[in-house]
Design a protein around this ligand. Sequence first.
Ligand SMILES: [Fe+2]
Length: 276
Amino acid sequence: MSEMDAIREAEERGRTEIWPLWRRAYAQGDPLPAFTPSPGRPAHRFDETDPLPEEYKSLLLKMLRHEGERAGNKSFLGFMATCLDIAESLFPTREARLLKAEYLAEELKHAIMFHRLAVGLDRDFALRDVPYAHYAFHLPRESWADDAFFHFFVDLNGAFHARDWRESSYVPLAKMAATVERDEVGHSEMGYLFLTEICQDAGGRALARRLLDKWYPAALDMFGRSDSTNAPKFIAWGLKSVGNAEIRQAYKGYVDAKLVALGLEPPDERLNRRFL
Ligand SMILES: [Fe+2]
């Protein structure tokens, strides 16, 4: 019996014990690699009420701009609405649409958490509309498989960043890191569950294989340039533990193992890349 059949069966019994999907990912311990801050970095620590050095604050705001999920961010709410449209038009079953609704509920929870953080940091920022800049958010999602890859890869990017925030020098961010990380792993697992269903047959696997050439490079590109001039500053201020190349490699190791387990060969990591 496939996992989606199990969900369908559980649904009929009126009990969906499958959500949250992070539970099974953490059942065998921490699924994500730990990032060790370089020993020499100064131990900065700033809480919400502390005055923030100018450079620190501008780096923190730059980092949070990437995290779109914020109640005051109109583009985020618009993006959430498109998610429901996609579920309605592309998802094959009610069970899959229900999982997507669970995902949305959690992203809205994150939007409240990041809103609180933003208000504590900079009220103008809390109200700012920040359209999704990275091209991964604008790749066409024309099939259930496209959307499955979006969640598998893009939510996982969020999970890897949140993993690194556990060591963050900004206390409000460190406090919410574990919850965001866990939820994002669950969202990525939702995408993976859909991919598992899609790859049940040869046609689905062929489609997934084709779409990998679109989504895999975008996923790796989401970590920015390996020679980013900002990365050393983020590390020095304790806002990040490692550089873009290192977190990207850890991410690649994780996703490659998951793809191979589905019978999918990961593409060449330099294929179709825009930011190496
Ligand atoms: Fe997510």
